[in-house]
Design a protein around this ligand. Structure first.
Ligand SMILES: NC(=O)c1ccc[n+]([C@@H]2O[C@H](COP(=O)([O-])OP(=O)(O)OC[C@H]3O[C@@H](n4cnc5c(N)ncnc54)[C@H](OP(=O)(O)O)[C@@H]3O)[C@@H](O)[C@H]2O)c1
Length: 248
């Protein structure tokens, strides 16, 4: 298969790239700074192609995906993303804009370009990495929660529209995964799992062509309860010290 992964140089994207490379598939990865990609993997796999590309730049991304697989693209992972960094009670709008650009517009760019290649074959799979954060407005992470909520709804909608045209769509909603992104967090991260384990679970869910995959299971239970409860109760819980955060 030809598989393109945005944000494939570290964390979840890198773990996915390794899994598919080990199985002999052709893998294209992109990120803004390729020096983060482990040299030993770059040297080991001849069928790996790397692109230094920002997903918010549609033109660059178009060139990269079309260079990698101009006719037969089996899967694309719109995985590149950024989180909040230091949380603040005062909304940081420049950071918020960057988060929306990468996490939402980056996904739109990736899907748009990939679909153009997949549609004529009536075959392909679009996958986006959302987050459990997309199910609720988390304190200190308004733009991140909003960006991931957008990704969840885009995928839900596109899955309905594209299935009859032979294209599968999957939204992945991980809980906490140990990656450079979560290394910035200074709060507790329940049910934290390794990126390699997360990638194995994601791959299995994709093979089953799930439209939405929330993991780990214990986080799915917690999120389902928080998502369905009256919002007044949700606010009460989120204002408790153990769930909220204090500013430095
Ligand atoms: N880790 C978690 O607990 C967790 C939980 C839920 C959802 N997620 C989501 O999972 C995805 C992967 O996150 P991760 O935890 O694996 O984080 P990570 O290790 O920080 O990886 C992020 C990847 O995206 C790339 N990237 C960031 N901005 C980009 C841009 N504008 N254009 C191209 N590439 C870009 C990064 O490389 P460069 O910086 O060099 O561009 C890197 O390769 C994200 O969408 C994240 O929101 C993560």
């Amino acid at each position: 298969m030809n598989i393109f992964i945005t944000g494939g140089t570290t964390g979840i994207g890198l773990a996915l790239a390794k899994l598919y490379l080990e199985e002999g598939h052709r893998v294209g990865v992109c990120a803004r700074n390729l020096s983060k990609f482990p040299a030993e993997i770059r040297n080991k796999y001849k069928q790996l192609v790397c692109y230094e590309v920002d997903v918010t730049n549609r033109e660059e991304l178009y060139k990269a995906i079309h260079d990698f697989a101009p006719v037969e693209l089996d899967m694309v992972f719109a995985n590149a993303g950024r989180s909040v960094g230091a949380k603040s009670k005062t909304p940081q709008f420049s950071v918020a804009n960057e988060i929306i650009d990468i996490n939402v517009k980056g996904v739109l760019n990736t899907f748009d370009i990939a679909l153009e290649i997949m549609m004529p074959r009536k075959k392909g799979h679009l996958i986006a990495t959302a987050s459990v954060a997309g199910f609720m407005g988390l304190p200190g992470a308004g733009a991140y929660s909003a960006s991931k909520a957008a990704v969840l709804k885009l995928c839900e909608s596109y899955a309905l529209d594209l299935k009859p045209r032979g294209i599968n769509v999957t939204a992945i909603a991980p809980g906490f995964v140990d990656t450079p992104l979560t290394k910035q967090n200074n709060h507790k991260m329940p049910f934290l799992m390794s990126a390699d384990k997360a990638a194995r679970l994601i791959k299995r869910a994709i093979e089953k062509k799930k439209v939405l995959y929330i993991f780990p299971f214990r986080m799915k239970v917690v999120v389902s309860i928080l998502d369905k409860m009256p919002r007044s109760l949700y606010r009460l819980i989120m204002n408790l010290k153990m769930f909220n955060y204090s500013e430095e």
